[in-house]
Each structure stands twice: as C-alpha cells, then as structure tokens.
Design a protein around this ligand. Sequence first.
Ligand SMILES: NC(=O)c1ccc[n+]([C@@H]2O[C@H](COP(=O)([O-])OP(=O)(O)OC[C@H]3O[C@@H](n4cnc5c(N)ncnc54)[C@H](OP(=O)(O)O)[C@@H]3O)[C@@H](O)[C@H]2O)c1
Length: 387
Amino acid sequence: MTVIKDNTVWEYTRAGRLSGTISQAHRAIPEPGPGELVIKVRAAALNPVDEQLYVAVAPHASILTDSAQAPPTFLNLTGCTPPTPTTPLVPGIDFAGVVHASKSAAYAVGDQVYGQRFSPAGHGFLAEYVTVHASAPFVKKPKELSWAEAAAVPLVYTTVYDALVEWGRLPFLTGGGRGLSVLVLGGSSGTGHVAVQLAKKMGCNVVATCSGKNAQMVKDLGADDIIDYTTQHVPQAALMSQYAPYAVVLDCVGGTALLPHLDHLLLNSAEHPQLGIYVTIVGDKTSRDAMGGAATNLYTPAQVVRTALGRLNDYLPRWTRTWTGRRYACIMLDPTKEKLETYDKFLTAGGKVMVDGVWGFDEAREAYKRLESARAKGKVVVEVSKE
Ligand SMILES: NC(=O)c1ccc[n+]([C@@H]2O[C@H](COP(=O)([O-])OP(=O)(O)OC[C@H]3O[C@@H](n4cnc5c(N)ncnc54)[C@H](OP(=O)(O)O)[C@@H]3O)[C@@H](O)[C@H]2O)c1
C-alpha cells in the first residue's frame, strides 16, 4: 500500500542553530490512538528552549551524529526516561490549531484549541499535523484571538503565571497586589512583557529592565519605572527605585548580578511575611544557548545550595532570614490546562501576548533567525497553515 505523505514538517537533523539546520520533510498524516487527537496546526510560536534543546543538549546526546537515536542526556540525569526518538526531531512547543481527528470524548473534530507540549523527543508543532493526548496542556481557543495570537500565549503565559502567582504568591487579578512592587528583568522579552502586564493588572507597582529603545513600549504595557540595562547599573537602580523593596523579582534574563543584594531588594515585612522571592526562569547562566531553568542546577552547585535554602525559607519563620537568606526559586515550565484557562481572565482584563512578527511556514528558518537575534519584542510566530 502506498502511504500518502502530505504532512509537511520541519525537521532537525544536523548540528547547529535551527535557523541553519532545519529542513522540510514529508510524513504521513498521523492517526490518533486511544484518548488522542490529531491537530491540524494553524500557528506555532518559537521559544529559546527550542534552540537550547538542540544546541546545548543534543550534541551530548549523540543526536547530531546519529539522527536522533539517543534520548537527551540531561533528562536521563534527572531520572526521566524519554522515549528514544526513531525519526528526526521536529521543534516547536506552542501551538494553535483545529482538531482534525479525535479519539477522545472531550474534543470533537473542528474544535479550535491552543496549548503546548514540551517534547525533547521531537514531537513538536512545526508540522501540519501533530498527535496530542487529550490530557495535554491545551484548551479551547478564545474567539478573540487570531491563530498567531493564540499560539503566542501558552508557554510564556503559564510560565509567568507560575512565577508571579504560584511562586510569587501574588493574588491573581484580584487587585490584591496594591501597594506591593514587582521587578521584572527583561521587560520587553516574550516572558517579561507578559509579567509586566500581569503584575500591573494585579495592582502592583512594576519596575522593569529593558533597553532604551523598548522603554516606551514597556511603559505602555504598565511599567511604572524603567531601568535601561544598556546604560544603568541594574542592581543599583533597582535598589534606588522608589518602588523597592519588591514582593517578587522575576528574572527573565539570567545571571547573578542581583543575588548579593536580595536582603535589600526583597520585601521582608510582618504585614506580608509570605512575600519576597527571587524567581528566575533562566538561572545563573547568561548564555542563551545553554539549557535554562531548573536544568541549570545540573551544572551550577551554588544555585543548588541557594535553591535548597530558598525552599527552606518557604517554611521557616521570617526572623530566621538573617541566617538562612531569602526565598529563591529557579523554575521550569509546569503547564496545566487549569493554568492556561486563566488566560481568559487576563485577556478580559486587557492583557495580551504581543506578537513580534508572523512568518510563513516556508519561512521558518527566518523566524528562528529572528528568535536567535535575542531582539524580539514579544513572540516570534510561524503560520503553519492558512486553513
Ligand atoms: N524556566 C522556564 O520554564 C522558562 C520558560 C520560558 C522562557 N525561559 C527562558 O527565559 C529566557 C527568556 O525567554 P524569552 O522567550 O522571554 O526571550 P526572548 O523574548 O527571546 O528575549 C529577547 C528579549 O530580551 C531582551 N533582553 C536581552 N538581553 C537583556 C538584558 N540583559 N536585560 C533586559 N532585557 C534583555 C531583548 O531586548 P533588547 O532588544 O532591548 O535587548 C528582547 O526583547 C530564555 O532564556 C528562555 O529559555 C524559561
């Protein structure tokens, strides 16, 4: 029997940055297994972690020389055993699309959905048709969002939600943040610009770092005070701001510059003993190519110690902070349907995930080039199909 290969995908098959190494291939349209759906992808958003998986992790997993025959080493170190990829890897975590086939009672053919799946095994969304399990972190797409706008949301929004609400303990969109301050490092980035808006909409004063050229944009998103990281000393300016100390410092850039100053940067008040945390989604590293988030614990012992003490401080009374330091967390994306569903409220409150640009499916390499530039303002999106 001849298999019709009319599922065009972008595959990663050799060493190097994705802008130069992905190539198109044709595969069969997949069939859903029990509890699964096949999504016809309309748009996919790109993320730095796409690159990190392939630039930082894959070389150590012999994927580069052996066409994706080995699972990524770092995951084995964490104790997980991902399935060994048998075909070249398809990148792409965020998607918006239409249910094309369903073996789940929860979703019908034609449903418009959006969500994410982090797949080191290479089952990404730079493909026309992708299988997902109905339990994966995706939900029905809000009607107000275009396909590109919807694809831009899941990873950055759920990460910021985790950082500010789950770890930061700020009350989600109740206005309960009034009188509290949040410092966002990287206010123009895909994650940072969402954090600026969410913190503001929760009632907080927001201070954000960005370059001068993006200052107005970040102010328009809700920042009360801007620190231009290209001309100012960030720790000094953050400490001197009228809005210091901060209930949450959210680091979307990486590095250690602010860590020696946590005693003065973070709120430590009897009125809000539960607040005052440094949350980083990147870790101590500054290279955009290195795997970030909690994965950095694997090669940064100082961060492991800081993380352990940071967690301990979740449970200890406030007066012990003189000796044990401050709450600190280096977090890894932990998406759920429930978290993504809260996006509707953010949208109703006037929040948005900005799209830096939309590239056609055939221009995916150009889109990765934009992501690799580290200059995107908001999300880089690929329109996978027009219908
Ligand atoms: N742990 C997790 O679960 C998780 C989840 C999402 C993202 N991340 C990580 O978070 C980082 C950011 O991701 P992203 O998608 O938000 O990145 P992005 O949008 O690609 O970042 C580009 C933006 O960062 C700004 N920027 C670059 N260097 C800066 C600096 N030193 N200070 C302030 N702003 C700076 C750039 O503005 P200028 O042009 O003005 O420089 C640009 O707007 C990445 O390392 C990513 O892997 C981790």
